[in-house]
Each structure stands twice: as C-alpha cells, then as structure tokens.
Write a protein that binds this ligand. Structure first.
Ligand code: GAR
Length: 189
C-alpha cells in the first residue's frame, strides 16, 4: 500500500478530487492532509472526507522537523502538492527524493516562480495575451516550479476570456488529469 500526504493551502478542490479518485483502491491510502493555513477550506473538505488534516506554520515548515516527523509517523511514501503556497523545505526534499509532485496551473516554464499561485497565474496569462494555457505536473525540487516535468495539458485562451474563464478551463484539466497522472507515477503505468 502506498501512503500519500497531500499539501494544500487553499480551497482543496484538487485534494478532494484526488481522494475521491483513489477511494476503493486498496493499493493507495491518503491518511493525511497538511496545510500552512488554519482557515483554508481544505480542512472542511478533509473533515467531510474523514481524513486527518493538520496545520503547520511557515516557521514550522522552514525551521523545524515537525512536518517531516508527522509524515514519518503516518508512514507517508509519497507527497502531492495540490495548491500549496510554500517552498518545500530541504529536510523533506531529502527524505522524499523523486517522491514529491506539484501541479502548476499554467504551461511551465511560462508563468511560474515565487508568487505565481492560483488566480495570479491566470491573470498573468490573460495580461500576456497568451493564446493557450493549461496545467503542468512536475517533480518538486528546491526551486519554485523548476523540477522535471511529467505531464502537460493545454486549453485555448479565447480573445475575450477573463482570468476567471481561464481558471475554469484549467481547473477542468486538473480534475481530469491530476489523479490519473498520480496513479501512473505510483504504479509505473
Ligand atoms: C490549483 O489550480 C493549482 O494548480 C494551483 O492552485 C490551485 C488550487 O486549487 N497551484 C498553484 O498555483 C501552485 N503554484 P484548489 O485548492 O481548489 O485545489
């Protein structure tokens, strides 16, 4: 059995979608959701899904081993970032080499880096006049949005699209592809 921890800072709609995808799969468990925001809606979703969710401060992440300790206590094998704002600290990267993936709501290497999160990304896409956007799923390393890319999918950005329109299209791609890509990575499919 592969045990996954999901890290999320916001609404958690991807986290919920991933949990639902693996429901009933005896080879995968998702026992833990970790956030850096105690008010994030992902905690409500976790409650509904019957999954433990915990909050650690930025300081806990950056200067202590509390987060890694909690992952070890839960026998976590693999980590999924689903809308997670902070950089993954060195101690976790070292403990989970090639076992941490992130989803970015644009076609990296465009529109990545510090501060490029959620709607900021979609606003940047519209402001740049891009004709397409999409999702990038990639391994996580010490730099924001720079690890090896595993998967990309595209959607068109129409002339009159607002950033909300782009967000909707990108979310749809996330819900369709992210769980399947995780499944493929876990089981070398
Ligand atoms: C998702 O669109 C995800 O791609 C993005 O945050 C959103 C979280 O939504 N991640 C990033 O921007 C990472 N740089 P959710 O909380 O509803 O899953």
């Amino acid at each position: 059995m592969i045990r996954i921890a999901i890290l999320a800072s916001g609404s958690g709609s991807n986290a919920e979608n991933i949990v639902n995808y693996f429901k009933g799969n005896d080879a995968v468990a998702i026992p833990l959701i970790i956030s850096n925001k105690k008010d994030a809606y992902v905690h409500e979703r976790a409650k509904k899904l019957n999954i433990e969710s915990v909050t650690f401060s930025k300081n806990d992440f950056e200067t202590t081993s509390l987060v890694l300790d909690r992952m070890k206590e839960n026998d976590i094998d693999f980590i999924v970032l689903a809308g997670f704002l902070l950089k993954v600290p060195e101690n976790i990267l070292r403990a989970y080499p090639d076992k941490i993936i992130n989803i970015h709501p644009a076609l990296l290497p465009k529109h990545g880096g510090k501060g490029m999160y959620g709607d900021n990304v979609h606003k940047a896409v519209v402001e740049a006049g891009d004709k397409e956007s999409g999702i990038t799923i990639h391994y996580v390393n010490e730099n924001y949005d720079e690890g090896a890319i595993v998967f990309q999918a595209k959607c068109p950005v129409d002339k009159d699209d607002t950033y909300e329109d782009v967000a909707k299209k990108v979310h749809a791609l996330e819900y369709t592809h992210f769980p399947i890509v995780i499944d493929k990575i876990l089981f070398n499919k």
